[in-house]
Design a protein around this ligand. Sequence first.
Ligand code: ATP
Ligand code: NNR
Ligand code: MG
Length: 200
Amino acid sequence: MKYIIGIGGVTNGGKTTLTNRLVKALPNCCVVHQDDFFKPQDQIEVGEDGFKQWDVLDSLDMEAMVSTVRAWIENPVKFARSHGVNVTPGSREPTSQDIHILVIEGFLLYNYKPLIELFDLRYYLAVPYDECKRRRSTRNYTVPDPPGLFDGHVWPMYLKHRKEMEDAGVDVVYLDGLKSRDDLYNQVFEDIHNKLLNCS
Ligand SMILES: Nc1ncnc2c1ncn2[C@@H]1O[C@H](COP(=O)(O)OP(=O)(O)OP(=O)(O)O)[C@@H](O)[C@H]1O
Ligand SMILES: NC(=O)c1ccc[n+]([C@@H]2O[C@H](CO)[C@@H](O)[C@H]2O)c1
Ligand SMILES: [Mg+2]
């Protein structure tokens, strides 16, 4: 069986932290990080507000991202091997019952039609404005945030995309990003086991 799990939600909600733990713990598990698909800086549009518009779908090469996901769907074993993931069982030929999991993580997973339908389970991490702003201020992206970016671009785009997702009726499991790293991991790991792997 092949399962695709999304870890989406707000910037600095803890998506990458949670994903890294899940990927280590789940069987035959590969990962795709949406942040690896940002276009080069000189291709990011500058808005009327004067800010580079990083937090929109246009700043990402979504076609390439979906192609990567399709390559996993096509042949998870080949994908795993070429991405350095150990595939079990090693001693016998793979069978159709083998479980393969792909975790996709990123801040705009549920606003791009061709991607939305590929998920078996969609998680959505959210944190309130103050905590998000605080965490973001400690981060160093490849291109550092200019002053005012959070309030002028990042947070408004988060609210816009979240509303679009909700208006479209995308089915997500909300996660409280204020919970501890351990609590989040345990909650999601258990939920995946109950819903997909049919054991608890
Ligand atoms: N459950 C948590 N509680 C408190 N802090 C957390 C938690 N999870 C992650 N963090 C911290 O919050 C910051 C953002 O975490 P992380 O990089 O996992 O978020 P992200 O959603 O992937 O952000 P980005 O938008 O950059 O992709 C990091 O400093 C991380 O150590
Ligand atoms: N990874 C990058 O190239 C990059 C550059 C500038 C800004 N960002 C931010 O990453 C977040 C998603 O993880 C978005 O909020 C971007 O603003 C990323
Ligand atoms: Mg991240």
